[in-house]
Design a protein around this ligand. Structure first.
Ligand SMILES: [Zn+2]
Length: 157
């Protein structure tokens, strides 16, 4: 077995040498050869630079992505945008209820007062109003109940 290693033997081992993947004797042989051979030393230096560059790019990419994810998270979860969403939804629901309620009320009142309308229609409108009033009172009662319970809890704590 020849102990003399030529550049052809060393070159394929250079990347393994950089990554510490060679056995101790192999890496010793590579180190020894690189000390004596300018060509392989230059190649090793080039590979080292390339590896460092790749690592730097990978790190940069990761940092960039992580920063972007964090920024997006913050944007989606920060208090102002959550409040804005809640307020916007409340406005839509409230506005919709008020406008549709107004139209139902106006239309209902007109039909109710129009005695030429059939009795079943006037009866249905009356039922609708009574039903709405009932629902309103029920919701109000529930709100008051939960308010009382909240107060009670606060006192107890
Ligand atoms: Zn060489």
């Amino acid at each position: 077995m020849s102990q003399v290693l030529t550049c052809e033997h060393i070159e394929p081992m250079l990347s393994g040498f950089l990554d510490n993947e060679l056995s101790q004797s192999e890496s010793q042989r590579v180190a020894l050869h690189v000390k004596q051979c300018e060509k392989c030393a230059a190649l090793l230096a080039e590979m080292k630079t390339m590896q460092n560059d790749l690592q730097a790019i990978a790190k940069q990419d990761q940092g960039h992505t992580q920063a972007e994810i964090d920024a997006l998270d913050q944007l989606l979860n920060d208090t102002p945008s959550r409040w804005l969403g809640t307020i916007a939804w409340s406005l839509v629901v409230m506005g919709g209820l008020i406008v549709s309620g107004f139209f139902v009320y106006e239309l209902g009142l007109t039909l109710w007062q129009d005695t030429t309308q059939p009795l079943w229609l006037r009866g249905a409108i009356a039922a609708l109003y009574v039903g709405f009033a009932g629902l309103f009172i029920m919701v109000l009662r529930q709100r008051l109940k939960s308010l009382k319970t909240d107060k009670y809890r606060k006192v107890k704590l």
